[in-house]
Design a protein around this ligand. Structure first.
Ligand SMILES: C[S@@+](CC[C@H](N)C(=O)[O-])C[C@H]1O[C@@H](n2cnc3c(N)ncnc32)[C@H](O)[C@@H]1O
Length: 301
């Protein structure tokens, strides 16, 4: 965060936690070690902490390649402007045909700038890969997508995250099991796995075994952890809370996910933060409902 302003990353995704960052930050314990994030996604949570050392990982290699390219200065704000102006002009002339051209080029060479282009010109800022690991999101249908102000916005986002990334930030494409094992006592692990029982793509499958392994690893870690999970919506509860996570501390908060711009497309869900440490009550915790251990059946919001 810069002052009270959230650093918004240049990559978009449907599960992005931008709106929940202040809530997550409000329960962070005193920082002593590294920030470890095994399901980094867009990286929005990490970019808004002030840890000097970070170990960020994801099973999606395109995310990791993109941030390593920023870290190594292979991608700079200047280069992003040049690239988006060039490709954006062609998009304006050729429309969807050019989106498909970049999509096919990306699916062949997996270039990080093409990944950025697709993330910002794809439908609804979603990331989805098919069974062959190829980009699988349709065009947003806006041929003037990369107008001057939109490019400037993206360039500024690249600039802010590159200012945040230091040589002590590691980006690695690895399964969460390997990362959590490496955490030590002073580290803080933040986990935001694909939600059990919700959307699935090539990099976002989440099985009962995955949930079980995550539970086993977080149960024995010496580090402090925070886990994001969905708790319940109007129709059902997340059975994994009762099965596994109820033995830890839990706070919840109502949240709206947008699918499309229309107000009626806002889906309300109650989000949970599961954590294994005592809260520091001298810090204001953003409006939340505190649930005691084993209290799944007593929730009312
Ligand atoms: C809900 S998203 C994380 C969103 C992120 N917190 C944000 O705000 O952008 C879950 C991420 O977990 C990654 N993932 C899925 N399975 C994984 C695994 N076995 N190990 C590591 N990462 C995994 C996905 O690629 C995806 O980026």
């Amino acid at each position: 965060m810069i002052g009270n302003k959230i650093i918004v990353p240049p990559i978009k995704s449907q599960g992005i936690k931008t709106k929940l960052v202040p809530w997550i930050k409000s329960i962070l314990p005193q920082k002593t070690g590294r920030w470890i994030e095994p399901f980094m996604g867009t990286g929005v949570v990490a970019f808004n902490t002030d840890f000097k050392e970070a170990y960020l990982s994801d099973i999606n290699p395109h995310i990791i390649n993109f941030y390593n390219a920023i870290k190594n200065k292979d991608i700079t704000p200047h280069l992003v402007r040049f690239f988006l102006e060039k490709e954006g002009n062609i998009l304006k002339n050729r429309g969807e045909e050019h989106y498909k051209f970049i999509r096919d080029r990306f699916n062949k060479y997996f270039d990080s700038l093409d990944f950025l282009f697709l993330s910002r010109a794809g439908f609804n800022g979603m990331i989805r890969f098919n069974k062959k690991g190829c980009w699988n999101i349709p065009f947003c249908k806006k041929i003037n997508r990369f107008n001057k102000s939109y490019i400037t916005k993206i360039v500024n986002q690249v600039s802010r995250v590159s200012n945040r990334i230091t040589s002590n930030w590691i980006f690695e494409c690895t399964d969460f099991r390997e990362i959590i094992k490496k955490a030590s006592k002073n580290d803080i692990i933040y986990c935001d796995p694909p939600y059990h029982g919700r959307y699935v793509d090539y990099y976002n499958g989440w099985s009962d075994d995955d949930e079980n392994d995550l539970f086993e690893l977080l149960s024995i870690t010496k580090a402090k952890f925070i886990l994001s999970a969905w708790h319940h919506n109007n129709y059902r509860s997340n059975s994994m809370i009762e099965k596994y996570w109820n033995i830890f501390n839990i706070i919840t908060k109502e949240h709206y996910y947008h699918s499309g711009g229309r107000i009626e497309n806002r889906n309300s869900i109650v989000e949970a933060l599961v954590y294994n440490f005592e809260l520091n009550f001298s810090k204001p915790v953003e409006k939340s409902l505190f649930l005691g251990v084993g209290s799944m059946s007593k929730i009312s919001l």
